[in-house]
Design a protein around this ligand. Sequence first.
Ligand SMILES: NC(=O)c1ccc[n+]([C@@H]2O[C@H](COP(=O)([O-])OP(=O)(O)OC[C@H]3O[C@@H](n4cnc5c(N)ncnc54)[C@H](O)[C@@H]3O)[C@@H](O)[C@H]2O)c1
Ligand SMILES: [Zn+2]
Length: 405
Amino acid sequence: MARFTLPRDLYHGKGALEALKDFQGERAIICVGGGSMKRNGFLDRAVSYLKEAGMEVKIFEGIEPDPSVDTVMKGAEVMIEFQPDWIIAMGGGSPIDAAKAMWIKYEYPDTTFEDMCKVFGLPKLRTKAHFCAISSTSGTATEVTAFSIITDYNKGIKYPIADFEITPDVAIVDPDLAETMPQKLVAHTGMDAMTHSVEAYVSTANCDYTDPLALHSIKMIQRDLVGSYNGDMEKRASMHNAQCLAGMAFSNALLGIVHSMAHKTGAAFADYGAHIIHGAANAMYLPKVIAFNAKDETAKKRYGEIADFMNLGGSSDDEKVKLLIDYLRGMNDDLKIPHCIKNYGPDSYPTDQGFVPEEVFLERLSDIAANALLDACTGSNPRQPSQEEMEKLLKCCYYDTEVDF
Ligand SMILES: NC(=O)c1ccc[n+]([C@@H]2O[C@H](COP(=O)([O-])OP(=O)(O)OC[C@H]3O[C@@H](n4cnc5c(N)ncnc54)[C@H](O)[C@@H]3O)[C@@H](O)[C@H]2O)c1
Ligand SMILES: [Zn+2]
């Protein structure tokens, strides 16, 4: 038996934020990030819509990018005091993910972070509050997914919380919120979405319900991401939908080792002054992982189907895999994303000498590989790497060398 879970309601299209006017409840807490929602007037609008719906509203702001366990615990305390019956998370993946984890702690104050990380092991939520997610970036699709990614900065590791219990009750996908994204954010979140679709399509948990969502979103991202990056707001709106469809696919089909590696490298070099931004990490690793996974015949055939769907040409599956890899690398060039960690600058742009020194990378490689193998996304990857293969793969992602194993 398999399960396919999505939010009960999804409001989409320009002005969808107004759906908040019809929410029923007594107290709503709005969780937001560093200020973009406030600056652009969306926070005020959300507050006034909820007040129009007769609710008392509290704001929890300042959730940082790649949110920490500490922030989750602080937010949960505020919720325990305020007793909301609606949690409204608004912004990028970071505030929405943090709010999901706060929700767990609010409903079950004795839960530890370790408890939350037991895959598909959460108790029943919704005894205290329902959850609405309003996305302002076009990538993570956390507004429709069963995941939340929280960083343990003591360990320098990102942990996914995975359970259909945290799939939001309501998602609002309003393209107005995505219009203010800076170019770099468009690039990174867009390639995150592309990775979600591609990994979902070849995942061992793919099914007839997830395949159409994955394929259609891949086609939309191929058609609209670069244009959106270059300022076309119609394409920006389309990307907001495409990433959400990709999310519906991967929330139910799961992901693969591109994400395992991105989770475990993202904060691993934070002591060298920067993060490897999630979407950029995916964009760099995806072509390498496709080459690795394509040694599995089923995965190769499915990459070939993706290439066909994208009209990339090629007559054999091997050729199609190569064309797919080339196409994705070309998108990275169009979006100014480097091809490897060695060339990943502290500002995320390509540079000759990136911020992760070679000797530091090699020193930490074995631990990072071991952690990536343990990541919740590894289990559904079509080819299971050994520790040695994972290390080799990570090296290819560092040096941009060919994957021939
Ligand atoms: N839950 C999931 O299923 C899932 C999937 C993929 C990634 N993630 C996680 O999500 C996080 C990344 O989320 P993200 O990429 O959406 O970025 P983010 O939420 O970290 O935001 C990045 C920056 O962009 C700003 N910002 C957000 N929306 C904006 C807008 N419309 N205009 C201007 N600025 C804006 C924020 O203030 C922040 O400074 C990572 O922690 C990643 O691991 C979660
Ligand atoms: Zn992702």
